[in-house]
Design a protein around this ligand. Sequence first.
Ligand code: XMP
Length: 512
Amino acid sequence: TVLIIDFGSQVTQLIARRVREAGVYSEIVPFQSAEEAFHRIKPKAVILSGGPASTTEVGSPRAPQVVFEAGIPVLGICYGEQTMCAQLGGKVEGGHHREFGRAFLDIEADNPLFEGVWAKGTRHQVWMSHGDRVTALPDGFRVIGTSNGAPFAAIADEKRKFYAVQFHPEVVHTPDGAKLLQNFVHKIAAIRGDWSMAAYKEQAIETIRKQVGKGKVICGLSGGVDSSVAAVLIHEAIGDQLTCIFVDHGLMRKNEAAEVVAMFREHYNIPLVHVDAADLFIGALEGESDPEKKRKTIGRLFIEVFEAEAKKIGGADFLAQGTLYPDVIESVSFTGGPSVTIKSHHNVGGLPERMNMKLVEPLRELFKDEVRVLGKELGLPEHFIGRHPFPGPGLAIRCPGGITREKLEILRNADAVYLDEIRKAGLYDVIWQAFAVLLPVQTVGVMGDGRTYEFVCALRAVTSVDGMTADFYHFDMEFLGRVATRIINEVKGINRVVYDVTSKPPGTIEWE
Ligand code: XMP
């Protein structure tokens, strides 16, 4: 294991991903609990992340000193470099030369970190984001790379296997960064890259069997990838000790609910309770146009229905959830203050507490793309695994204003046409998320010889890496024209189509 100590950088998770891509298992811990984690995990190498603090301030975060005394390789990144230097006897000062964004690194010396990637005397693009900089090196270190703003942009104590860089090798804007991280884990730390999903699956199955024993498990299926992968994995481990409950809120895309039910019952033979609760949900949402209240209502009803169904099947000892690693990593907070809630995404928050069951969360060590690989390993169909993300509250938040069955049907049909055209154009996999929104506005149109007065449909498509930021997708106009024509011809109730050209920020991906 490689232990990543988090000092609060926005991109710490990317370090973990790059290390795992190199076939080496990695875990992130906040600096506050790093010492305990270090003794528990006994890592073969440590990476110190970046972060917003300044080592020149009193009480700024530090790595536990034991990290430098254990005789294992350590890589410091950005703030990680600064604290490494400060802790080992070097000097850090508030920079006069702040560097943000693209910068160039001049390679001053050949060394194991750059081996096979960057040679002495060459210059390479890197991504910088720092105000402070190292001004004096601790004993044993030498400079291996410099940049305009940072004379100690890359340093090494090859004897102790301590390396540090001021730039961020984990981001794509440092094009060779992933190779440097590979060098660190494979060459410097000599860890074999044999962590694979097939091996992970076997290990996860063992863990589930041990945890559950002869107990009963229930799993709430949402129709999404995470809960489906979790359910199939658990079923492979404990067979029919698992029952799935699929609360169908009637807010799914076209044919989606039926597909999920068929897949579980027919393909996998997994015991599944399909609760058609559309009337309940849509009834409760009627007349509600506040997005947060919609979410709350859906979350509350989900819990109620789920609880009732769980009771009907005689309860269970364990509740299975498709929690992912990004939800588990404790975030390092410096302000301590509450952050503003833009949207409350915790659709079923509170379920585990209320039901007082032990949790089975077999995906809690995985990132989203790793869950997809695991899904493939478990034989889930490609088109299912590769589906765009879909929000828990479903189409309710793609119908601004109050919802009705009729509106949902119109939206579902428009959305299906749009996605069909996207698939035909071969664009589905390059787009992060695409969907139709039914606006609560009617406009005048003319069809044949008649006047129409119908709804407006907005189309949304974005590219993104993690959903945190997004760019609107640049379709060509031909394509958009084709989609608009088809929607207006085929979907009764819509007579006008518009395209959303807002990126995030300042927009959000969903309209509500
Ligand atoms: P926004 O609209 O906040 O969306 O830019 C970012 C990502 O989150 C999804 N999303 C949700 N997912 N429950 C969910 O499970 C929600 O209430 C919710 N709201 C937005 C959205 O689809 C996008 O992928």
